[in-house]
Design a protein around this ligand. Sequence first.
Ligand code: GLA
Length: 361
Amino acid sequence: MVVLTAFRAPGRVNLIGDHTDYNEGFVLPLAIDLECVVHATVRTDGLVRAGSADLRGEVEVAADGSTEPAEVEPPWGRYVAGIVRTLKDRGRPPVGIDARISSTVPVGAGLSSSAALEVGLALALCHAAGFELPRVELARACQEAELVATGVPVGIMDQLVSLSGKRGHALLIDCRSLAVEPIPLPPRLAVVIVHSGVSRMLVDSAYAERRHACEQVAARLGMPALRDATLEQVAEEPRARHVVSENARVLEAARLLSEGVTDELGPLLNASHASLRDDFEVSTPELDVLADELVAAGALGARLTGAGFGGCVVALAAREEVDAIVERATGRYAARTGRRARTFVCRPSDGAGPEQGRPGA
Ligand code: GLA
């Protein structure tokens, strides 16, 4: 009997706390209602075959993890080989699947299309083999899959939020303990994502370079990670100063949201953007203009979200004002940069799981 299963895994937007996860700091992301869906049937010949309507080509890798991820073509297949490998390392039996992948998470936007793909595939592969892992371990397997697939030493935020998202909530994640605390988002506030129209560029090498710079400062200070540094200790180190100040902003934002004091959130988002632009230097002229125009048009606050170097800005705005704000801001953005911005007003969503209404048939 052929058993069809379907799993969905959402992308994410990070409200505040960028380049803090790999410094064992704090982040405040939410799972969004753009997602990757993986339909899978079990194969009996030891192969994992994946195809997608949106991504070109088809890939075939050995279900026992022996296919070298970095050598797979087309490149999106490296994520498939990567997750097969990292799950095998954790004991998944080598059961093959046929996977049909579809995704509404835009690629190269900084909304974690790759984490959504890894998580969706991981759930399908585990289900097919009757194999289970605790959620945090599954997130680690997906994070490691990204590393073997791309060579980029990413943190754990994207994979963990894709697995742990909670409808109506952002998640305060302590990236040292990996404790996840859902923080309710007031329905009167809309989370607005605006794509600058510039795909993320140079992000891989620059990301690794930033991470290395942070680790060097921590080592010099004799601490395991910048999570432990004070502002005084890093006053002369712009990269580390961003990390330390950003951690404080994340905790403050989570506290304000928990207490329902939303007026003061905007300045925190704006300060985060300034810090990513000036101290961490991961912004672009387009992201700066977009964040400025959103605030000028009436958003509470706005900041680049994710790794930077292109992609999206996230803003918070009063729900009834969103349409007018977006229209004004994207109009001004187009006039100043000649680029067309694309907007997503997203709903904070549940984390990955079986696709509703389409369980195994
Ligand atoms: C990427 C990485 C995350 C995180 C962000 C920056 O999305 O995958 O782990 O480091 O950049 O906050």
